[in-house]
Design a protein around this ligand. Structure first.
Ligand SMILES: O=C1C[C@@H](O)[C@H](O)[C@@H](O)C1=O
Ligand SMILES: [Co+2]
Length: 298
């Protein structure tokens, strides 16, 4: 299906230690995490809070295990703080990723976000941007795209539950309001399906803007529970709303077929945050690796 030199397969450390709730997997070491990633057959990783920030140290630890850095998350506050604050932090993050050899930078707007609030009902209190916030966001993203281009890199925008860019309509406004040369899209199956969006329609509509993919599956019974019990995003994660591809309700075959037909080039990142005390991350990484091989040939 895919040409093997055009796509690569990574896994995010969030299944081992969760940066949004560091108590989940707090006891798991950096070495255990990256060793298990390599042992389960992945060749890349995103960056977690236990990863050394010294690029020489990090490169050595990763190359010993045949791993590369695919990208890393960046929280922008374009709608809620002066642009200079986001720009300063972004440049530092960009330079770190550039040094690590990554080509794309994951950006998600966290102004007014409720994703980090433990008690806020996800489906009742999702932020909706005002016109002024839309302007700040779109202009700010163009500037971040320019800063990324200084290093030959791209920003890939991460739509996310509990933020101002979650639904199909919000993604559409973001895509039509930004220059494709400056702002690309990160496609995250789990967030779209959790939100109730048609993930295949989003994929086909924005295929030419998608330059990074997060592969996450969703447990249908937990989505129902989150809606009925008005849980927050973090409570949903703790309850097990996300899992690895092949373990939830999403059929990944059409996702891979569409991306392969469009000759997608870049990283696929398995990203399935759940409580490592309940879902052993190594076991789930092996399960994901096997399912992806069966579904895509990667
Ligand atoms: O890419 C991601 C990074 C996490 O911090 C986030 O909460 C998760 O859900 C996600 O998709
Ligand atoms: Co993601």
């Amino acid at each position: 299906m895919f040409k093997t030199n055009q796509v690569k397969l990574a896994i995010a450390p969030i299944g081992w230690t969760n940066d949004d709730m560091p108590e989940l997997g707090g006891e798991v070491t950096f070495e255990q995490c990256i060793s298990e990633m390599a042992l389960s057959g992945f060749t890349g990783s995103e960056v977690g809070n236990k990863y050394p920030r010294d690029t020489k140290v990090l490169k050595k630890a990763l190359s010993l295990r045949g791993l590369e850095i695919a990208s890393a998350w960046f929280s922008s506050f374009l709608t809620s703080k002066p642009f200079e604050e986001t720009a300063g932090a972004f440049k530092e993050h960009r330079d770190f990723l550039f040094e690590m050899g990554a080509k794309v930078i994951v950006v998600s707007e966290q102004g007014n976000s409720i994703q980090g609030q433990m008690e806020t009902s996800l489906f009742d209190h999702k932020p909706v941007f005002t016109e002024n916030e839309w302007t700040l966001l779109l202009e700010g993203l163009h500037h971040l795209g320019d800063l990324a281009a200084e290093k030959g890199m791209k920003i890939v925008y991460h739509h996310h539950m509990g933020t101002g860019i979650q639904t199909t309509e919000e993604i559409a406004r973001l895509m039509t309001g930004t220059d494709p040369e400056k702002v690309s899209l990160l496609y995250d199956t789990g967030h779209l399906v959790f939100s109730g969006e048609d993930h295949l329609a989003v994929l086909s509509t924005y295929m030419d803007r998608i330059h990074h993919v997060h592969l996450k599956d969703v447990r249908a019974d937990i989505v129902k529970k989150v809606r009925e019990e008005k849980l927050s995003f973090l409570q949903a994660v703790k309850a097990g709303v996300f899992t690895v591809p092949g373990d939830g309700l999403i059929d990944f075959k059409p996702v891979f077929e569409a991306l392969s037909a469009a000759e997608y080039k870049g990283w696929f990142v398995v990203e399935a945050e759940q409580d490592p005390a309940v879902a052993n991350p190594f076991e789930y990484a092996v399960k994901a690796r096997q399912y992806i091989r069966e579904m895509s040939g990667i």
